[in-house]
Design a protein. Structure first.
Lengths: 429, 312
């Protein structure tokens, strides 16, 4: 079965923003058989025509942190619900994390996911393999075999190996196959059994807290190892202002470090957990307003390269429990790009959005970024500005609804996502 | 005069000073009547109260049972081991079933911080927090404050030292909220690993020197070293703790002559307090326990009877 839908589309008078080609201006765009044209290829009109100067067309987004739950927890998410949610959020590609059940530490599990994706997905799904078996940090996964079946990156997200020798050797070994290395930087001991950012608030609430130091120690470890091995490491989901400083210094010294942040961390701070709201319990934890401001600044200045959704679906019965018993994680695919826009100060966040959610994530995964150039493969997202809507369970595509953004009113709306398989999402007003 | 409008007692943090005083004054009335006669209170007659204790407890559970029965209520205690929680039932389902069985109020003790608030969103009936993880233990703090007020009078500007495992202590947090709301000066003391400096933001003085902590105090409240809550080692050994931070004969020399000693129990004799000192005339530990009944009667009367004009 194929889910391709290469409907012809005319987009009239929209603003095109494409960091790949440098295009930024009002233009028409014609989609025919999966390709983009700036001039109308024939006198025949498109099957679908959308127009308006409030439209922004951006190259399709790529998410660098999607926890897919397939196989293992079909109550939380299926490939259909996952990829439909991603498409609604403007993503034409996602990178899945290895924490499935069975774990993505063997070729069979990878092949199973690929089969499901081929059947059920309208977008591209890249799969990351586990760096170590079961992501326990004790022995290396068969990284060469994982590469053979199509894994593009390796990570133990949402963990990182405790043992430095295993971490070091696994990175050396993974690099031999050209696999992209993603580290989720959290010191296992300092973050173990913690439920919030360590602060006055966690102290008051009686919750054990994860200090910024838990992240910063691991960030510094990755920086030193990257320097030592001279191999690139991508740091996932930075949350601490101290980490930002370390990454900035490392980049300044020419170390091959890149980093991303989750959209939630750009919009929210830890005060949202004050009434023990488990949907705001995420990993790494939401931190303080000063961290949030530093993260936004780091995105604007380029210290942080990209923005992820940190999509971690959980069925309602897993999250609607006592705070310390609830797993950490929130869904984010449908809201990440719009959350990014809401968080970034300034009048024109779209160029930055295209850079942080399309161009840079593709570069980090060593893929060709999509472009809006004439006669390119069509891979884009259309946002309608000043079209407010309220995010709620009834209009969510994800099978889970563990979000801290329930009933959040977004200013803009994604109205069309066009992937390599054609129309992946179209807004039905 | 302030009137009581709360259905539940979840935290001391949320109480206004007048509300704390109202509970203490109500407890005072109950105690003074009880001291003179052998009264029969009936404000909770016909009410069915469930004591949902998911963590071990002797004093608190029994004190709530005695208090409820003294107000004429029927009370049924369910403990963690004897409940369907051991069969995988969630707290939400247990509580909703308890409500369906006709409970008029639920008293909850649970290891998860925020669990009473969680329950209050799930069920309609009043919830009384009998201790939630390291968060709060309102009834304990109220009986501590009641005892302090009884012994020291007005607590404004009185110096109260709380010594021990503050980090993991719900008793410390609730007392800190309550005492500062009533104008007392609270010092928190103990090892650096168990007394985070951030407590200063709640209005406490923080010290790690036992002598400094004890010398001006009008009362010293000791806290139990809680082995069950310490996920990592926060001090080398119980004997070292006893040597450096335990209250022993030497400590008496540093303390004011009339300073009293409190402990919420259970005691680790020989660790946080010398055994003889726990039994000395300075100690008001057993009075705390007795006062706990009057204070818990006051809490239940205010939250559950719904008819405050009704005689006790």
């Amino acid at each position: 079965m194929t889910l391709s839908n290469h409907e012809s589309i005319d987009i009239i008078g929209a603003r095109l923003v494409d960091p790949n080609s440098g295009i930024d201006g009002i233009s028409n765009l014609y989609v025919r058989e999966g390709r983009l044209y700036h001039q109308k290829p024939s006198s025949e009109p498109g099957q679908r025509i959308i127009s308006g100067d409030e439209l922004i067309v951006l190259p399709g987004f790529l998410d660098l942190r999607t926890h897919c739950r397939v196989p293992g927890d079909s109550k939380a998410e299926t490939i259909t619900s996952l990829t439909e949610a991603a498409a609604k959020g403007g993503f034409t590609s996602i990178l899945t994390m290895p924490d499935t059940n069975p774990h993505c530490d063997n070729p069979a599990t990878i092949r199973y996911i690929q089969d499901r994706v081929n059947q059920d997905s309208k977008i591209r799904v890249y799969i990351s393999g586990a760096l170590t078996i079961q992501s326990k940090g004790e022995s290396m996964s068969p990284l060469g075999s994982l590469k053979d079946v199509g894994v593009v990156a390796v990570t133990d997200c949402p963990f990182t190996p405790k043992n430095n020798q295993i971490f070091l050797n696994a990175l050396k070994y993974a690099d031999m196959f050209g696999l992209v290395i993603i580290d989720f930087p959290q010191d296992s001991y300092l973050s173990r059994n913690t439920h919030a950012h360590e602060s006055f608030l966690s102290l008051k609430m009686g919750l054990s807290g994860s200090p910024r130091l838990a992240e910063e120690l691991a960030v510094q470890r990755s920086i030193l190892i990257s320097k030592h091995l001279d191999i690139p490491i991508h740091l996932s989901s930075i949350s601490s202002k101290g980490s930002v400083k370390l990454i900035k210094e490392a980049k300044g010294a020419g170390i091959k470090i890149s980093a991303d942040v989750s959209a939630h961390h750009l919009l929210l701070d830890h005060k949202i957990i004050e009434d023990y709201q488990t949907n705001a319990k995420i990993a790494p934890p939401l931190r303080e307003e000063t961290d949030r401001m530093e993260l936004i600044f780091a995105v604007q200045q380029g210290t942080i390269d990209s923005c992820n959704s940190s999509h971690q679906p959980y069925a309602e019965h897993h999250k609607n429990v006592e705070f310390d018993l609830a797993p950490a994680g929130a869904i984010g695919l449908e809201t990440a790009a719009l959350t990014f826009i809401e968080s970034i100060q300034g009048k024109d966040p779209f160029k930055l959005l295209a850079e942080k959610m399309s161009y840079n994530p593709h570069k980090i995964l060593r893929l060709n970024p999509p472009s809006l150039k004439d006669n390119c493969a069509a891979n884009f997202t259309v946002i309608k500005q000043d079209n407010p809507w309220i995010y709620k369970k009834e209009n969510s595509f994800s099978q889970s609804f563990n979000t801290p953004l329930d009933k959040y009113k977004f200013k803009h709306k994604i109205i069309l996502t066009y992937s390599e398989k054609g129309i992946a999402y179209i807004d039905k007003p | 005069m302030i009137s009581w409008t709360r259905k539940s007692l979840l935290t001391i943090e949320e109480l206004k000073p007048d509300e704390i005083s109202l509970i203490l004054d109500t407890a005072d009335s109950i105690k003074s009547i009880s001291d003179k006669t052998d009264p029969i209170f009936s404000s909770l007659k016909g009410k069915r109260i469930i004591n949902l204790f998911m963590e071990p407890s002797t004093r608190t559970r029994v004190a709530f049972e005695v208090a409820a029965k003294s107000l004429g209520a029927d009370i049924i205690s369910i403990t963690g081991e004897a409940s369907s929680l051991t069969k995988g039932e969630t707290l939400k389902d247990t509580a909703m079933n308890v409500q369906a069985l006709g409970a008029d109020a639920i008293i909850i003790r649970h290891s998860s911080p925020g669990s009473p608030l969680f329950l209050s969103k799930m069920v309609e009936v009043p919830i009384i927090n009998a201790g939630d993880g390291a968060h709060e233990h309102p009834s304990q703090a109220l009986l501590d404050i009641y005892t302090l007020r009884e012994k020291l009078g007005d607590l404004k500007n009185k110096k109260i030292t709380i010594l021990g495992d503050i980090l993991f202590s719900r008793v410390a947090r609730s007392n800190l909220w309550g005492l500062t709301k009533l104008g007392a000066k609270v010092t928190l003391a103990g090892p650096t690993t168990l007394v985070p400096a951030d407590f200063k933001l709640l209005g406490a003085t923080v010290t790690h020197d036992t002598q400094t902590a004890l010398k001006d105090a009008d009362a010293v409240m000791l806290l139990r070293i809680q082995h069950e809550r310490q996920s990592a080692s926060h001090f080398p050994s119980l004997s070292e703790y006893a040597n450096v931070f335990g209250l022993g004969p030497l400590s008496l020399e540093w303390m004011k002559e009339k300073a009293i000693i409190l402990h919420p129990g259970p005691l680790n004799r020989g660790v946080e307090i010398d055994s003889a000192l726990a039994d000395s005339s300075r100690s008001v530990i057993l009075e705390q326990v007795s006062n706990g009944i009057a204070v818990r009667m006051a809490i239940m009367h205010l939250c559950i009877s719904k008819c405050l004009d009704k005689p006790l």
